[in-house]
Design a protein around this ligand. Sequence first.
Ligand code: ADP
Ligand code: F6P
Length: 327
Amino acid sequence: MANKVTKIGVLTSGGDSPGMNAAIRAVVRTGLYNGLEVYGIMRGYQGMMDDDIFKMESKSVANIIQRGGTILKTARCKEFYETPGRKKAYDNLIKRGINGLVIIGGDGSFRGAKKFHEEFDIPSVGIPGTIDRDIVGTDFTIGFDTAVNTAVAAIDKIRDTMDAHDRMFIIEVMGRDAGFIALHSGIATGAENILIPERKTDMDAMIKSLQEKEKRKKLVNLIIVAEGDEMGGAEGVNKYIRKHMPDMDTKVAVLGHIQRGGSPSCFDRVIASRMGYTAVESLINGNHNVMIGIKDNRINYTPFEKASKLKTKVSEEWMKIVKILAS
Ligand code: ADP
Ligand code: F6P
């Protein structure tokens, strides 16, 4: 793709995350600063196919840096999985002369971006926007910091009542395939057990340890479960515990989508701004079909091929920390 990028489109795709607006703002203002025309594409790949595209100015992104959600809205788009859907999207870009794309989303969105690029040579750059923090090539994804802080604030509140009643609480946090929200919020709130999709939990050992604690009259126990854990989320874990310890006073709380909303933290606003700026610079400089990340506080580029396939691994050391600190 030798042509100079002159008109770029920006979209948000997949699950929304707090800080996406800050990233959109950075893309728009960096694009305009560099003399590019910038177009907003509504509802991710869906809007690209439906031709729901509009020209953005500097004022289009005024007063949004502090807002959760995404002004461009987001969607999951089935038709984009198939070539005819992607062709429709391509035709709409070409019609407007859009010759560069910034895709803000998760690994699924980058899988779509990779396919789109393979078929239709539109230079694209990705920005990791997901609360799950499971994408390789970056230490943090936009929205993760806000989401874990929301979870921690909620868990702290539950702990007060849990402690007052000498109860066990099983709290479910988000993460269909990834346990990072559970791990971080669990460590930060002093959870006794953290159950994540990436590790099979030894439930017999967990019950044994809870029974020992019961004998010692330690009845306050906090268990954090990622929604995608193999036990079937908090309800599944609660069922298992009640089966083996029928007299135990247990309560379940599912935090749910509260974790995806709200005003982004300072950290998320700053990484979103850095990544948005870098995405446009990257398009201009011919560094295409990569996801922008930040590793060791430095900008890092990961090919879509890798960013859409590989998941960040949970280290054994983290699991050891969880075990030692909860004893
Ligand atoms: P996320 O980006 O948050 O992981 P999804 O996995 O739902 O979210 O992906 C967002 C969208 O990206 C999908 O709805 C679809 O339009 C597109 N997409 C995902 N995977 C593919 C794929 N393999 N081929 C084409 N498009 C895809
Ligand atoms: O954005 C990631 C995520 O929040 C996962 O942790 C969760 O399982 C999933 O999205 C839920 O998505 P939705 O509510 O859009 O179905």
